[in-house]
Design a protein around this ligand. Structure first.
Ligand code: DX5
Ligand code: ZN
Length: 231
């Protein structure tokens, strides 16, 4: 089942509660929270106080995307603040197995993220440990960038691997997911669809979210029908 994950990076931080609730009314089912440290990515975003405030305005799961060089150090505090899912970058974790275990031990669903230039094959050893795999379809750090088309092959690859290995991780995509790309990513096999600027730009989060989700569901239905025809 496809789900829309509004990324609050493009929300209005002065009215975050209202923006999140509007995206929720439009059908968003998980809130994507981007944490940046100015080292792993060339930008700063938000931290624990914002997560605590967010926790008070929505019951939806909070999906934390850690763009920091030392994610392990923050696992307990983010769990305590109310994060439900946490993804760490393959590129930032020299001891990825340990980082994923730590996330799980703190009661959060562990996920792994790969940058555009990182191949999917590197994840094979830990795929059985994760609840979701996040494919970055832009270089992380900023909202509003253009979707990198070769990400579609990585999504397809993850879908095939899941079948081959008999696993159940969910496939998430983040970066440049908008009205003109959302159908493609769903057709490739992504189910957790992160969208920032496409939801929050223009102050019409509810309507944007509804439109994006509708397009995603239509694409999912097309895929189902194709599968039916092939069987
Ligand atoms: C970028 C972040 C994204 C960002 C996506 O580093 O990880 O979650 O908000 O923004 P859009 O959807 O505008 O590309
Ligand atoms: Zn993100």
């Amino acid at each position: 089942m496809v789900e829309l994950l509004p990324s609050i990076l493009s929300a209005d931080f002065a009215r975050l509660g209202e923006d999140v609730q509007a995206a929720e009314r439009g059908g968003g089912t998980v809130i994507h929270v981007d944490v940046m440290d100015g080292h792993f990515v060339p930008n700063l975003s938000l931290g624990i106080p914002v997560v605590k405030s967010l926790r008070k305005v929505t019951h939806l799961p909070l999906d934390c995307h850690m763009m920091v060089t030392n994610p392990d150090e923050f696992v307990p505090a983010f769990a305590e603040a109310g994060i439900n899912w946490m993804s760490v970058h393959y590129e930032a974790c020299p001891h990825l197995h340990r980082s994923l275990q730590l996330i799980e031990q703190h009661g959060m669903k562990p996920g792994v993220v790969i940058n555009p230039a990182t191949p999917v094959e590197l994840l094979i050893p830990i795929l059985g440990m994760v609840h979701h795999v996040l494919v970055m379809s832009v270089n992380p750090g900023f909202g509003g960038q253009n979707f990198i088309p070769y990400s579609l092959n990585k999504i397809r690859q993850l879908k095939e691997l899941r079948q081959e290995l008999g696993l159940s991780y969910r496939i998430e995509v983040d970066g440049g997911v908008a009205h003109d790309t959302i159908a493609m990513v769903v057709e490739a096999g992504a189910e957790l669809l992160v969208a920032g600027s496409a939801v929050f730009n223009g102050g019409r989060a509810e309507q944007n979210a509804r439109e994006l989700l509708e397009m995603a569901k239509q694409a999912e239905e097309r895929v189902r029908n194709e599968v039916r025809l092939q069987v």
